[in-house]
Design a protein around this ligand. Structure first.
Ligand code: ADP
Length: 587
């Protein structure tokens, strides 16, 4: 029955026989109960109590054994590293040479959690039992202790403060700690200064039920704090040095868009821009737009916490292209506390790309011209051949082959011409060659040239104008390209009618070309102005049209060259209306 009580007791119990080793008293462990075996799994086979359990203060245990043998009972406290606990160890004499030992945890302390939390901190921390023994000490506190001791401790757990601290230090620390022990205060914040140490301290009580059984003392040494901030300053300096030598613009802003830091290049650029920064952006309006975009992007970064990249162009000695990368700076809680912006001048890369593009264009232009010459020769030979066989019986036999060669030759020629046009547009400067002339007459003339063809195709063409004549400044060739392209598209895509209307509105000439053909889908309307873009390749009659997709690109380009605009009104399946507005007076 005793054995059962012994085994099932919730506290660790050992029974040992007192012995003497090297003039010291120890206990040979004879029995261990279950709890103890569970707790001390590691070194279960060690025979002697002191050797088995204690690592720190063996003298204390020896004294306790002596005392128990004379007074039947004794008690001491010890931090048992093998189970990571601070324990109260009780000796009770069983007979002249046997002792019952009970071990009770008095304070559970998860030292590794605190150790992890304080990993990189230079904090002075110790936990102390009210009897003066240390339950935990950070390496920084052990360093302080070691300053006052010949013996260099690795650990001071289980040692009394009186044994390891000089009197004057002890007095100062005890005075503060006693304020907590007296029970008046839960936490005491104070300065603890001795010798070269200046500790900013907070002392908290460790309670068991209502009783204060220990304290947690944590402090930062002012000297260390200084060296820490010195280190921080040094790091910042290094970072600034690096930023200084990087040829990009680098700056940091805080949550209120306040500039916290900028590098030398950013400053230099700003100083030179500052004379009139709006100029390089192309005026106040453009600069304000730029600032608004910046502001919106910053706002977005503060919300999304994501990096943003964008670019802008400024006119300095020449056009400069900048790419900006904005990176959110996160604080310890993962919140955006600011933004780091790096802008990089990409002008050289852009110019390099443009050079390659120019070479490509030149190559295309050359090769297209090379294609065109022999093709023209083939076409004129075919036409000659057709003439030669006119009236011959051979004509009836082979005409359809001549026609096929001619038709496809013309088609190929159109394609080559389109490529030449497009490359010319990229390589040659487009010049506005404006003259004052009657635009009504010009448009009507182009219109009339197409009527015959429309009749042949069964298409009704109506010309309607509010004016007999209208003299404005316009570029004749370009207006011809605009009107020809609009009308030939209308002829290509209409069902059976085309209407051209000329009016004037708010100092603008309005040219409306309307058809009742296949129309353009809403989502395609803005795409038709792109170079080489064809949104539908089928005519309403089911034939495939052969275009190049450059016509409307030229319409827009040349209209804008006149300071005008192009608008499309279209209903898919019901027809389209192209509205060109050209100012009557060119500014
Ligand atoms: P394309 O040489 O192919 O006609 P355009 O640039 O003139 O090239 O036109 C681009 C595209 O716009 C055409 O391929 C066609 O899909 C569409 N489009 C142009 N005009 C009309 C129109 N009047 N009706 C319907 N679609 C049109």
């Amino acid at each position: 029955m005793y054995k059962e009580i012994f085994d099932n007791s919730p506290v660790s119990i050992l029974i040992g026989e007192v012995c003497e080793i090297n003039d010291y008293k120890d206990i040979i462990i004879k029995e261990k109960n279950k709890v103890y075996i569970e707790k001390c799994k590691k070194d279960i086979n060690k025979k002697y109590f002191i050797e088995d359990l204690l690592e720190v203060n063996k003298d204390l245990a020896r004294e306790a054994i002596e005392e128990c043998m004379t007074r039947d009972i004794s008690e001491f406290m010890e931090y048992i590293t093998s189970i990571g606990k601070f324990c109260k160890i009780n000796f009770r004499k069983l007979n002249d040479n046997h002792i019952v030992i009970t071990i009770k945890d008095i304070l559970k302390f998860e030292s590794n959690i605190l150790e992890q939390a304080l990993q990189n901190e230079k904090a002075v921390i110790f936990l102390q039992h009210k009897d003066g023994r240390y339950i935990y000490a950070s390496s920084e506190f052990i360093n302080i202790v070691n300053k006052y001791n010949k013996k260099k401790f690795k650990n001071i757990i289980g040692r009394y403060d009186v044994d390891i601290l000089p009197q004057h230090v002890l007095n100062i620390i005890r005075e503060k700690i006693d304020e907590v022990f007296s029970g008046n205060e839960i936490s005491v914040y104070s300065k603890v200064e001795f010798d070269e140490f200046k500790l900013n301290t907070v002392i908290n009580a460790i309670r068991e039920k209502e009783e204060v059984i220990g304290v947690i003392f944590s402090a930062i040494d002012k000297n260390n704090e200084d060296t820490l901030s010195n280190k921080r300053i040094k790091k910042e300096k290094e970072l600034k040095e690096i930023c200084k030598s990087i040829p990009d613009f680098i700056y940091f802003i805080d949550r209120n868009n306040k500039l916290l830091y900028y590098n030398k290049h950013f400053l230099n650029a700003n100083e030179s821009f500052n004379e009139d920064i709006t100029k390089i952006f192309g005026g106040r309006k453009k600069f304000d737009e730029f600032l608004k975009i910046q502001h919106d992007i910053n706002k977005e970064i503060f919300i999304s916490k994501e990096t943003h990249t964008y670019s802008f162009v400024v006119m300095m000695d020449k056009l400069h292209y900048y790419e900006v990368v904005k990176v959110p700076l996160l604080d310890n809680n993962g919140e955006v506390m600011g933004i780091c912006a790096i802008s990089h001048d990409l002008t050289d890369i852009y110019e390099g790309q443009k050079k390659i593009e120019d070479i490509k264009q030149e190559f295309f232009s050359n090769i297209s011209h090379e294609f065109r010459t022999p093709l023209n020769l083939i076409l004129s030979t075919i036409q000659l051949l057709k003439l030669k066989v006119q009236g011959d019986e051979i004509q009836d036999k082979y005409n359809k082959y001549f026609n096929m060669i001619e038709k496809n030759g013309v088609r190929l020629l159109k394609c080559i011409n389109a490529v030449i046009n497009a490359t010319d547009l990229n390589t040659k400067e487009i010049i506005f060659n404006g003259k004052v002339d009657d635009i009504v007459y010009k448009i009507e003339d182009i219109f009339d040239n197409m009527i015959e063809f429309a009749k042949y195709e069964g298409i009704d063409m109506i010309f309607d104008t509010d004016y007999e004549e209208k003299y404005i400044i316009y570029d004749e060739d370009k207006i011809e390209t605009i009107i020809t392209n609009l009308l030939s598209n209308a002829l290509k895509y209409t069902k059976n009618s085309i209407k051209l209307k000329l009016t004037s509105k708010d100092d603008f000439i309005e040219i409306r070309v309307k058809d009742n053909g296949i129309g353009i889908k809403k989502e395609d309307i803005n795409k038709v102005f792109e170079k080489f873009k064809q949104v539908s390749s089928k005519k309403n009659k089911g034939e495939i049209t052969n275009g190049s997709g450059i016509g409307l690109y030229l319409v827009k380009l040349y209209t804008e060259l006149h300071g005008g605009t192009v608008e499309i009104k279209s209903k898919f399946g019901a027809g389209s209306e192209f509205i060109i507005r050209i100012p009557e007076k060119i500014k």
